[in-house]
Design a protein around this ligand. Structure first.
Ligand code: ATP
Ligand code: MG
Length: 561
């Protein structure tokens, strides 16, 4: 079968192409995405989702969503729901193939019995401490457990007793009987089942023994007819156990485990454990805080599924761990939003300007494009009047060299409107702070009228004061000030938390068209970046806009250099 062979672009596709050529698995391609429902999905999971569902799509195969819910103490329904929402939002569909490892608890138990009967598993009474001592080290072989040679009958009876709740939590375990002197510690009689009295979100209290991930996973894969079980690199050393189980259990279906490098991104933590810590300690506003690397956080921030999929595509699939620059993710969202976002004017730190020679009470409706790159997105009108707002930092009383914005006696263009010239500066008599500017406008310079040939260097955005809508704007910096490594066991990552990652500007003035903003619509606020309505905190009285990303593209710049 070579008809659906894909021109390979990564090593996983190479493997699949080879399998198809050899008619392995009857030329089926069936993958799965197996999240543990113990937290919200993050951008690293997005990589895995795009890969698994992407491969299925590419090869006209199937991809299952499977909740790997074998550890009841950490799992919750809230996470199950959020995971489904996030996968769908990313644009993928599991049709009717949504499964739970807990659906297979009975079959997994039967597999354990089968191993016992084949003398490939035994009940062990060593304490965790003793078990560690018996395990040996990377350089020394382990020692056989004194319980290793229990008879099949005794093992069956004890294992049944474990299930029936006859023993205390942790009193006994079921272990695979493989090889205590294997150089691979994962093969030194790994634990298959443990006793744990914990209520499971699906099976309730039906079970007091739960299978280990390493046991449940290959069985679940095989039961679902998965052909390629794609996981991250830390499971490479577990593959011999995976294969040992599939072959010892004589499973009909023979899934193949393939490992790839997990995604790490600079300035982001990518471990659910750490993300949960941020949420539980109130260091962020929940899992969907717009600074979080979670899919729900990125969504609330204003990222699009298209941009995230594009990012996952561009970074490719690697075999060794590395860290991707966050600037590349930002490049992807900028590229997507550049064509999609409506342009709008918003003044984040307003400074009032009175145009003294403009007729009092007059309002002009100026026509402008919604997106200069996409004429089909149409036009809108923006009001212009005698009182407007500009940005505070677009004015300098004593301008520095090459300051082409507004200064006493200096002239600028107001975007889509007129030239104005600063004639007078009004200050607060007590603080000396500039609170208002008096300017004149030149009626001959109306944008698009072409009557004036005079040129100015600076163009400012502005908002007409009487029609302006008050809004809150939230600007974000990275949650982590330093490059954060996601490897477990390293320094306390909370030391790297950036105390200035959120800046809330609560008296912004935005153009009236933004009254119609929805959380689906993205905007480019002129000279300020891309913005999106915050679906959670916005109210009719005070719309809240999140800055998705600024305009400066450091990644594209670095590529050109
Ligand atoms: P975490 O360490 O964040 O808890 P995990 O691997 O324990 O991640 P799971 O819910 O078990 O989380 O992951 C589901 C799937 O997503 C797995 O196949 C896993 O390999 C993959 N995955 C998790 N994190 C990443 C990542 N950073 N890059 C790529 N794939 C990932
Ligand atoms: Mg996990």
């Amino acid at each position: 079968m070579t008809t659906n062979t894909i021109i390979s672009s990564n090593f996983i596709e190479n493997i699949i192409n080879e399998d198809l050529k050899n008619n392995k698995n009857n030329s089926r391609v069936h993958t799965r995405f197996p999240p543990e429902p113990n937290g919200y999905l993050h951008i690293g999971h997005a990589k895995s989702i795009c890969l698994n569902f992407g491969i299925a799509k590419e090869y006209k195969g199937l991809c299952n969503l499977r909740f790997d819910d074998t550890n009841p103490s950490k799992e919750e329904v809230e996470y199950v729901d959020s995971i489904q929402e996030d996968v769908k939002w990313l644009g993928f569909d599991w049709d009717e193939r949504m499964f739970y490892a807990s659906d297979y608890f009975e079959q997994i138990y039967e597999c354990a019995v089968k191993l016992i009967k084949a003398e490939k598993a035994y009940v062990c009474d060593l304490s965790p401490q003793e078990m560690r001592e018996y395990r040996g080290t990377l350089t020394e072989p382990g020692k056989n457990s004194p319980y290793r040679n229990r008879s099949i009958a005794e093992n069956l009876e004890l294992f049944e007793g474990m299930r029936a709740g006859k023993f205390a939590d942790g009193a006994r375990v079921l272990r695979a009987k493989i090889d205590m002197s294997s150089p691979n510690v994962n093969l030194r009689d790994p634990i298959l089942y443990r006793i744990m009295r914990a209520e499971h979100h699906r099976t309730g209290n039906a079970w007091c023994i739960y299978p280990m991930y390493d046991f449940a996973h290959p069985i679940s894969d095989a039961l679902e007819g998965i052909t390629h079980s794609i996981c991250t690199l830390e499971f490479e050393d577990h593959r011999p156990l995976y294969d040992w189980l599939i072959s010892s259990l004589e499973m009909e279906s023979r899934p193949q485990q393939i490992e790839f490098a997990r995604l790490n991104v600079t300035n982001m933590v990518m471990s659910k454990r750490k993300l949960r810590q941020l949420v539980e300690e109130g260091l962020v506003d929940g899992w969907d805080d717009p600074r979080m690397p979670t899919i729900s956080g990125l969504r609330r921030r204003g990222y699009t599924p298209e941009a995230i999929r594009d990012f996952c595509e561009r970074i490719g699939v690697a075999k060794s761990n590395s860290t991707v620059d966050i600037a590349m993710l930002e490049h992807c969202i900028r590229e997507d939003l550049n064509s999609k976002a409506l342009r709008a004017m918003a003044v984040l730190r307003p400074l009032k300007v009175i145009i003294t020679n403009y007729p009092e009470g007059q309002v002009e409706q100026l026509e402008t494009e919604n997106n200069p790159e996409q004429p089909e997105m149409g036009n809108r009108t923006i009001p212009f009047s005698r009182e407007i707002y500009i940005e505070q930092d677009d004015f300098m009383e004593i301008p520095i060299k090459k300051f082409f914005r507004l200064a006493p006696g200096q002239e600028v263009r107001l975007k889509n409107a007129y030239f104005i010239k600063c004639e007078e500066v009004i200050k607060d008599p007590e603080t000396g702070e500039v609170i208002e500017l008096r300017c004149t406008y030149d009626p001959e310079t109306k944008s698009g009228s072409g009557t004036s040939t005079r040129k100015v260097k600076g163009t400012l955005h502005w908002v007409s004061a009487p029609q302006a809508i008050k809004a809150e704007v939230r600007l974000y910096d990275y949650l982590l000030s330093e490059e954060e490594n996601t490897e477990e066991g390293e320094k306390d990552f909370k030391k790297d938390i950036n105390p200035n990652s959120l800046e809330r500007l609560t008296s912004c003035m935005v153009e009236p068209s933004l009254l119609q903003a929805t959380k689906e619509q993205r905007y480019q606020f002129l000279r300020q970046g891309y913005f999106c309505l915050d679906g959670k905190d916005s109210t009719a009285e005070l719309p809240v806009f999140n800055r998705v990303v600024g305009l400066r593209d450091s990644w594209a710049k670095a590529q050109k250099a």
